[in-house]
Design a binder for this molecule. Sequence first.
Ligand code: C2E
Ligand code: MG
Ligand code: MG
Ligand code: MG
Length: 293
Amino acid sequence: RAKEQGKNRYKVFHTGMNLSSYRNFMLQNELRKAIEREELRLVYQPRIDVKTGAVTSAEALLRWKHPNWGTVLPSEFIPLAEESGQMAELGEWVLRTASKQSVDWQRAGIAPIRVAVNFSAHQFLHRDAGERIRRILEQNELRPELLEIEITETALMGNEESVTRTLRQLKSAGIAVSIDDFGTGYSSLNYLRRFPVDSIKIDKSFVQDLCKSASDSTPFVQAIVSLAQSLRMTVVAEGVETEGQLSKLRALHCDEFQGYLFCPPVEAADFEAFLVRSQAPKTDKTDGTNDPA
Ligand code: C2E
Ligand code: MG
Ligand code: MG
Ligand code: MG
């Protein structure tokens, strides 16, 4: 009923609701208070260079811990936030928090690390998307080359005008854009031709089928990698869980990867410790010289 009313974004509880729409109704109402109650936080997962093992960036992932219901996953509450018009506010919070975090890491003496922030379709297609992002970067004094925006291919579909506008705004501001969950939408090849992005993230479903005999995804991953290479885009594999998958990706010349194999998404403090360890000069030398690698 609330959906049918279009502009009216507040749902009214009624006795005909089933259990899952009741949960959604409750979650949407609670979400309105989540920011001020400080129930939201970001966790960070490193993106790793396949060849060198170096951390290239950090993907920020949103977490919501409700006092009674515990952790609610983004796959559940983000669509609800979109539906009820709360995504703009949530998205701003995410962008601001991630920007501050990157600046804090630098101030703590850690080499500058780029943060990747996920954007919903609404956020990305908003007419002032680029301007809003620029403003938040300025307020937090984060250099634009230290931000990357991730957007799924489904969000790009059928919105050519708005997508082009935002991409142009971001490009002129020096902010990188990547396509998330690549390969799961429909019009991949066609829009890659029209929308020049900086990197492609191969969806984890392809990565997880890399070593499977039944539905081996190798030819697809190979095709995506060579396409990305000829377009001079960085290609990233998501959801790498095994050594077998990683060595296959290395053989296929994939540039970067993320996944539980190396590191799951972790709290900011743990990520910082992880960075310090990975950026520290090797200590197993006794002559005091640093490893040039
Ligand atoms: P995504 O951007 O594709 O993020 C990758 C998801 O894969 C994350 O799930 C991450 O925890 C998970 N993951 C990482 N490594 C592995 C692995 O080795 N194996 C498996 N099976 N999974 C792995 P998460 O954190 O639950 O986020 C789910 C989705 O929710 C994200 O997918 C993204 O689309 C969305 N999301 C998360 N945070 C935000 C946000 O701040 N804003 C928006 N608009 N969307 C967000
Ligand atoms: Mg992502
Ligand atoms: Mg993804
Ligand atoms: Mg995903």
